[in-house]
Design a protein. Sequence first.
Length: 202
Amino acid sequence: MGDMHLVVAGFLTGLSLIVAIGAQNAFVLRLAIARRHVLPVIAVCALSDAILVAAGIAGIATVLDRVPGALGVIRWAGAAFLVGYGLLAARRALRPAALTAAAGGPVTVGAALATCLALTWLNPHVYLDTVLMLGSVANHHGDPGRWWFGAGAALASVVWFLGLGYGAALLRGVFAKPASWRVLDGGIAVLMVGLGVGMVAG
């Protein structure tokens, strides 16, 4: 129980970084509203975050510091993917026939997971937040404290994505209308393209 305060600290720190409007959250929200592949996508998001946090704690943050070019490659690849995904969302917003609760998103679980993995692992902000920031903060606590801190951060990811994935069902009535999907996809398109441009501009 003596390390519980580190778990709580890791949970709050991780939650503060995860709870933000981003490509991954927008994608999970859209699938959740449509009730498509919610559980496997949530599992991939949470597991990915746990792996990245563990990598940061284990010392990959140091490797990235010594190889600055690696983050640059990730930044350009992520920007290209986000802009492409944003254009697809814009296309959905302009095509009313695709804007129903059962359409406009990945049809198969494989496609949903592939998109989710790309949005997670090609996003430089994920590495900055989980590997560099959380990894650095966790390592200040030494052994075994850093791992308790990391466990708290990983738990925050699980709690957030479960809430996002299953809490979105409350909005299902709102999104029964094609116009609501048009607004959502239009917002996602602007968000994705803006994030992509921001990655290379910054």
